[in-house]
Design a protein around this ligand. Structure first.
Ligand code: ADP
Ligand code: MG
Length: 177
């Protein structure tokens, strides 16, 4: 049994996954697991895709690389996909959402190429990641949160922090004693 919950923070690139994860890690003491970083550092990929300007992820290698850490609990998994993670590993799936115009501005600021920008805007409008989360996990552990403004981010972090506290009360011997 985990002493701390595992949370996935997912959503289209630019929604605010990394920013949320870093603040949450600071506030809750959970560990920020940046999948991008692990894919790069531990070479969990089959090379670089020029078309997508990203690594072609080797999912088996990635799961092997994080398994021990995640099984110990207390991870905030920061990535733009969630359906590869075994259900039994995960206690909460946070899907961050933004308005198109906000996402456009954020991805433009990142110098995204036109095709990639459009693809990500479409993906956000079509709720691709939300759908993936709902298909991959029990609906009661999937929450959708807006991430357009710093006020929204603040309230998201407060809400998740409260959820972590409650999870510990409900699931650990410390909470039950
Ligand atoms: P992701 O990890 O999902 O790609 P980031 O956390 O890197 O997204 O955020 C992308 C950009 O948007 C950053 O410049 C960040 O400061 C900004 N940002 C993210 N979420 C918010 C928010 N809720 N309010 C204001 N700015 C945000
Ligand atoms: Mg990020």
């Amino acid at each position: 049994m985990r002493q701390s919950p595992n949370i996935i923070v997912t959503g289209t690139p630019g929604v605010g996954k990394t920013t949320h994860s870093e603040i949450l890690a600071e506030r809750t003491g959970l560990r920020h697991v940046s999948v991008n970083q692990i894919v790069k550092d531990k070479e969990c990929h089959e090379g670089w895709s020029d078309e997508y300007q990203s690594w072609i992820v080797d999912e088996d290698k990635l799961l092997d690389a994080i398994e021990e850490d995640v099984k110990a609990g207390g991870c905030i998994i920061d990535w733009h996909a969630c359906d590869l993670f075994p259900r039994s590993w995960i206690d909460l799936v946070v899907v961050l959402r933004v308005d198109s115009s906000t996402l456009f501005d954020r991805l433009t600021a990142r110098d995204y190429a036109e095709a990639k920008l459009q693809e990500n805007l479409d993906s956000e409008i079509m709720e691709v990641l939300l759908q993936e989360a709902r298909e991959g996990f029990d609906e009661e552990i999937v929450i959708e949160l807006m991430s357009n403004t710093s006020d929204e981010m603040e309230s998201n972090v407060d809400r998740i922090e409260a959820w972590v506290k409650q999870w510990k009360l409900d699931n650990t011997s410390a909470g039950n004693s």
